[in-house]
Write a protein that binds this ligand. Sequence first.
Ligand code: ZN
Length: 246
Amino acid sequence: MPTQSEDRDDLLSRLSRFEKQYFPRYERTYRKLVEEGQQPKTLFIGCSDSRIVPYALMDCGVGELFIARNVGNLIPPWDLSAGFHGTAAAIEFAVLKLEVHNIVICGHSHCGAIRGLFEAPPAEATHLHAWLDLARDAMRPEPPSAAAIRRTEQRSLVLQLERLMTYPMVVRRVQAGALFLHAWYYVIEEGRVLVLDAEQGAFLPHEQVGPPVDTASADALAGRAPRENDPIDLDTAHWLRRPPTA
Ligand SMILES: [Zn+2]
């Protein structure tokens, strides 16, 4: 086990490399972003998992992504209750202040949060247990096989998308065609991202997907009966089946 001073030295040497090597290479970009302000076009909502590197996934540089991360890439419902709603605040900031054009909710394979739904939480993890309630409706009564967990990970993404559409400023902009929603499923071990195709009701390789989720694609999906091999259960996709009213 590393000692406390070894850990500290490692962290400080990383800071030193940033200051001496990384920053000088991009100094002009950083200065421009400070002078002109940030103008990211995309809000990326991802899991806190250390294997998710949004800038690498999206081939982005500094200033190009506004990022909100939490355990399980979960979206809390729009609610005006007292409390500290960090993810909701990030969504409001991105949509109302930055006026992003896209919101990407990115889930992934081998998600510890989704696996956690199938296991007893650590005794002290009160907040974690409550937080995972946001994904619990994606579960089906089945043992936690790899396939079941993968289906749950994908169904959860649809639930989060549905919950995102409870935010009034999101609905308004989606309906105005000013904001597009995307649900992605990153398969870590294969290095590829499957994209939710609203028309198919399935996560597909990005080369095969139609337009991003908007009210028109929700209309197209509404009423379509689930097919036997749908990876997601359309019964959980309430929003995709029933476009919201403003
Ligand atoms: Zn995760």
